[in-house]
Write a protein that binds this ligand. Structure first.
Ligand code: PEP
Ligand code: MG
Length: 560
């Protein structure tokens, strides 16, 4: 969608990923190596071993360079660079390329063929695996450039602070960015969980993904990127653009001073919590004013495991998170395996529609032992650390599922709750609350299932926007059910990471907001600037709208 700003500059719309506003000239990543991969006759048998060697050396050089860059980076950036370097040396695709060379293909053709083969496979697997396709293509281009003696493709180093626009960004490029020179990111593709998004969050630079029409914006054009609204304004009035940047900077400075606990300006408390995926993330989150953990995504600890971790191993890992937030609230979610997060040991059936298949709590039906052993492990971790964690099940759709889960948790002395991410569960929240002590709304999946739109699809990103009034109506319904029986209802989806939407959620009556650690301060600071009445008015106004744009505008008008 393209609309016009008051400055009559084209405003391109995308999905906001990292808040903040920046203005500057567009830079675009270097073009792919201009090599005709199909050119060249088949190699003579005698030349093939040398070609294999040339290929192996090129792949090693690329991996070594990436590793070298990883040593100069830190945190997620270092991890992404190391992961890409590891993929560059992955035996499976190296083997596939070698085989093609041994069959006579010149190295560049073999590289293209082998990568295509794996891209196809990863794309069919969907979800997180499909997101690795960008990494593979990046490796292909680097190795091809190396083989052809061309400069490594990637992001140019700008002379002035610039906005990096691209169709999609190779993780290795985004990981090496200098946030003083590349001050914002915008991409045509990608979702809120893509590598681009993860790195932008770590660098703390505004980021908008899935921007329609971005491909037509040429390098050198001046753009204003608003990572809160999800817009890219092309050639805006320079003075107005600078004013928007200054205002956003002032808001960021105010956020940096916020030290918690979460409350509105007039003292209405809404706990601001962190989403974590392991002990390291929990310790990092502990450095923020987060009052606890609202969502511990346990399945992310085991994505690379072939076999189920023992109860003891699990207890050790869960214990790390409980210890990091000793004496504070920690909500542990049981394995949300399946769909975009398959676990090898969960025994997923082959399914045509995994997002609508056996994922989350549904795995327990055929494999109750997996859930029981995990709850045993959480119980053991609680005992070891003296913590009293809450536990919640993902993908609950019926009251019966909630009842079964609650019984299993209570028998181990754990406080049970469930996630509300399926519309059926929101509609029957009242019945579900007969069995559990709290609810946590997963707006990412709630949006996906309410709007019947794949959350990984860039094309459907407007539909999966948590500002969709239909999604917020289900949130309101869930919160009302909780308030009626005086049980806590939090939000732990990405909606809680958007400061403006977080205030709307507070106005709807949610009792806690759990967001990525990087978003904790901006959410808490925004909440501290507004009154409960403003939040309630904004919630009412938003519920009366019929589109995400109207909803955002209504909230902005009241909350500023
Ligand atoms: C959600 O669906 O909003 C949620 C928090 O769970 P996940 O993103 O892990 O599916
Ligand atoms: Mg979910």
């Amino acid at each position: 969608m393209t609309t016009s700003s008051p400055l009559t500059s084209p405003v391109l719309h995308g999905v906001p990923v990292v808040a903040g506003v920046q203005y500057g000239p567009v830079i675009r990543p270097g073009t792919l190596p201009d090599v005709d991969v199909q050119a060249g006759a088949d190699l003579a048998e005698a030349d093939r071993p040398a070609e294999v060697e040339r290929f192996t050396a090129a792949a090693t050089t690329v991996a070594t360079r990436l590793r070298e860059r990883a040593t100069h980076a830190s945190g997620a950036a270092a991890e992404v660079l190391t992961a890409t370097a590891t993929l560059a040396q992955d035996r499976a695709w190296l083997g596939a390329a070698e085989k093609r060379i041994k069959d006579g293909a010149p190295a560049v053709r073999a590289v293209a063929g082998a990568v295509d083969q794996f891209v196809d496979m990863f794309t069919k697997m969907g979800g997180l695996m499909a997101e690795r396709v960008t990494d593979l293509r990046d490796i292909r281009d680097r190795v091809t450039a190396e083989l052809a003696g061309l400069p490594e493709p990637g992001v140019p180093m700008p002379d002035v602070p610039s906005i990096l626009c691209a169709e999609d960004l190779a993780p290795a490029d985004t990981a090496g960015l200098d946030p003083n020179l590349v001050v914002a990111l915008a991409t045509t593709l990608g979702g809120p969980t893509s590598h681009t998004a993860i790195i932008a969050r770590q660098l703390g630079i505004p980021c908008v993904v899935a921007v329609t029409g971005l491909d037509d914006v040429e390098a050198g054009a001046m753009v204003l990127v608003d990572g809160t609204l999800g817009t890219v304004t092309v050639n805006p009035d320079p003075a107005t653009a600078q004013q928007a940047v200054d205002e956003a900077r002032r808001a960021a400075a105010a956020a940096a001073n916020w030290a918690g606990p979460g409350a509105t300006a007039d003292g209405h408390q809404v706990a601001v919590l962190a989403n974590v995926q392991d002990g390291a993330a929990a310790r990092a989150a502990r450095e923020t004013p987060a009052e606890g953990v609202g969502l511990f995504r346990t399945e992310l600890c085991f994505l690379n495991r072939d076999t189920e971790p023992t109860v003891d191993e699990q207890a050790e890992i869960y214990g790390e998170v409980l210890a990091a937030f000793e004496g504070r609230k920690v909500v542990v979610r049981t394995l949300d395996a399946g769909s975009d997060k398959p676990l090898k040991f969960a025994g997923h059936p082959d399914e045509a529609n995994p997002a609508l298949g056996v994922r989350g709590i549904r795995i327990a039906e055929a494999n109750p032992g997996l859930l029981d052993r995990q709850l045993d492990a959480i119980g053991a971790a609680a005992e070891r650390t003296g913590a009293a964690p809450w536990v919640m099940a993902p993908m609950i759709a019926t009251a019966q599922e909630a009842e079964d889960f609650a019984a299993r948790a209570r028998s181990r002395g754990l406080t049970p709750g469930v996630m509300i991410e399926v519309p059926a569960a929101a509609l029957l929240a009242e019945k579900i609350l007969d069995h559990v002590d709290f609810l946590s709304i997963g707006t990412n999946d709630l949006a996906q299932y309410t709007m019947a739109a794949d959350r990984m699809s860039a094309q459907l990103a407007t539909l999966t926007d948590p500002w969709q009034p239909a999604v917020l109506a289900l949130v309101a319904m869930t919160v009302r059910a909780g308030a009626a029986v005086d049980k806590p209802v939090g939000v732990c989806g990405e909606a809680a990471a958007d400061p403006l939407l977080a205030c709307v959620l507070a106005g709807l009556g949610v009792t806690s907001l759990s967001a990525a650690a990087a978003a904790v301060q901006s959410v808490g600071a925004k909440l501290a600037q507004v009154s409960l009445q403003q939040c309630r008015d904004a919630a009412e106004a938003v519920l009366a709208t019929a589109s995400t744009a109207e909803a955002r505008a209504a909230a902005l008008e009241i909350l500023g």
